[in-house]
Design a protein around this ligand. Structure first.
Ligand code: AHR
Length: 510
């Protein structure tokens, strides 16, 4: 059977926010230390302590935002530990991740320097679990206030005259779990209180992100949407001045966390057979259902869509690589991870009416990483290549697709063969990203673009391999990388092609 993809024009003209392509870097294992921060005296080439090879590779992804410092680490992080002369900063225990020493050499200034080097927007996650309201308020003041104040003066004393631009701020992380084991009713009140003191000191208002549900915890979403914010306007517009700004609890986004993993028995990242290929495709597709059900609750309380869904932790979670610290979450990354990335990103694109931002966990050396490092060496993972290919969707207009495809069957179970999203950029080019979940069969595709425009050429790029578990290693760093795909034909605005088994393909039509 041939699969049919019909690409539609939508009157809504929804934009796929580039922030869907965000990343996450936590003080966990070798993500920050070694992966990013090597210190100014390191033999590894660096700029003010941040490694140049990693920055150079990540800049190619045009990362829109970077979430930091956690994760679970965020709710034990006291930001004042990480400012001032490095030799005076306290060494603390990283309680969540291996109980190793955290010397605080990478703090607020270093993170914001990294964001400037990457040309990306910071997304800082504040401490609700063990931090005070005052501490959170002062952090915002330290980073963003351009006048005279104790925190602005402290920042200047520490070498930064001008404030930084900060838009995205999280009010805690997983406060249902590592962030304090709270009930949602309690967190909803805390959210209202903490966010109240997150002031706007610049002409970039802070975009406040509430802790949202874990996976299918629909009760959490229900209570947060009902009680965490108040959408009734208590004053007429003309009297809503700065004075009243903080009288209404505000929520710009609510976070959802969902990992593709088998919690009952964490599997190997590289050693697997088809059962585990199928299993992880199926687990990934659950993201679609979660977004649908959480957004249905959001729609009930917020039909005007003033609150965004922020999937600020997603990705694969496997058993750590043999011989590595179990608390460091270091895993390899194969073609299977590339499919997981491609499918999730397609799902987010297709739901960009609510999903404003997403952050893959994590950027380097942790979970579904873009880059792995070993001393001075780095390798780019298959997931990196998917993010690079999908850049074409950043801020492009969504073109809804209807996909008529068969099923990839395994045992008694099945999933759709294809997973697809499409967009049109400002220059009129159309990009269609297609994942073939079937590891055994290629699939013929007819893709109909009638009504979208008049097109004269088609090209493409593909990521695939012979083996399901193909991955790059430090001795063989380019085993799996993208290639040109020249086998698509275009006639009368219809593209015909055969997508190889187990592949991620991005087609460009112009
Ligand atoms: O990404 C690893 C951890 O997963 C994060 O610290 C936490 O928020 C989540 O449970």
């Amino acid at each position: 059977m041939t699969s049919i993809i019909n690409v539609h024009n939508s009157e809504k003209k929804e934009v796929i926010s580039r922030h869907i392509y965000g990343h996450f870097a936590e003080h966990l294992g070798r993500c920050i230390y070694e992966g990013i921060w090597v210190g100014e005296d390191s033999p590894i080439p660096n700029t003010r302590g941040i490694r140049n090879d990693v920055v150079e590779a990540l800049r190619k992804l045009e990362i829109p935002n970077l979430r930091w410092p956690g994760g679970c680490f965020a709710d034990e992080y006291h930001w004042k530990d990480g400012i001032g002369p490095r030799e005076d900063r306290p060494s603390i225990i990283n309680n969540n991740w291996g109980k190793v020493v955290e010397n605080n050499h990478f703090g607020t200034h270093e993170f914001l320097d990294l964001c400037e080097q990457l040309d990306t927007e910071p997304y800082i996650c504040g401490n609700v679990g063990s931090g005070t309201v005052q501490e959170m308020q002062e952090w915002i003041e330290y980073i963003t206030f351009d006048g005279k104040s104790p925190m602005a003066d402290l920042r200047k004393k520490n070498g930064r005259e001008k404030p930084w631009k900060l838009k995205y701020f999280g009010i805690g992380n997983e406060n249902w779990g590592c962030g304090g084991k709270m009930k949602v009713e309690y967190y909803a009140d805390l959210y209202r209180r903490y966010q109240n003191f997150v002031r706007n000191y610049s002409d970039t208002p802070i975009y406040k992100i509430a802790v949202g549900p874990s996976e299918a915890d629909y009760h959490w979403t229900e209570v947060m949407m009902r009680e965490g914010t108040d959408r009734t306007e208590p004053f007429p517009d003309e009297v809503v001045t700065d004075i009243w700004e903080h009288h209404r609890p505000e929520m710009d986004g609510i976070a959802l966390h969902y990992y593709t993993r088998n919690r009952a028995n964490y599997d190997s990242a590289t050693e697997f057979t088809e059962d585990k290929w199928f299993d992880y495709m199926k687990r990934t597709l659950v993201m679609e259902e979660l977004i649908e059900k959480h957004t249905a609750i959001m729609d009930k309380y917020d039909p005007e869509k003033t609150v965004d869904l922020i999937v600020d932790e997603w990705g694969t979670w496997f058993k750590v690589e043999p011989g590595t610290n179990p608390g460091f979450l270091y895993q390899q990354n194969t073609l299977r991870d590339a499919l997981v990335a491609g499918i999730n990103l397609n799902i987010f694109n297709n739901r960009c009416d609510r999903v404003h931002m997403a952050n893959v966990a994590q950027m380097i050396n942790v979970l579904q990483a873009m880059i792995l490092t070993e001393g001075e060496k780095i390798i780019l993972t298959p997931s990196y290549h998917v993010f690079e290919m999908y850049k074409v969707h950043h801020d492009a207009t969504l073109l809804p697709v209807s996909v008529d495809t068969g099923t990839y069957e395994y045992g008694e179970d099945s999933v759709p063969i294809l997973n697809v999203s499409a967009s049109q950029d400002d220059s009129g080019k159309v990009h269609i990203s297609v994942c073939n979940l079937d590891p055994n069969h290629s699939e013929e595709i007819t893709c109909n673009l009638e009504g979208i425009g008049s097109f004269s050429s088609v090209s493409g790029r593909i990521l695939t391999a012979e083996a399901m578990n193909e991955h790059n290693t430090f001795t063989d760093p380019n085993r799996i990388e993208t290639k040109a795909f020249n086998e698509a034909e275009l006639r009368d605005n219809v593209v015909s092609l055969t997508i190889p088994s187990k592949s991620v393909l991005v087609i460009e039509v112009q």
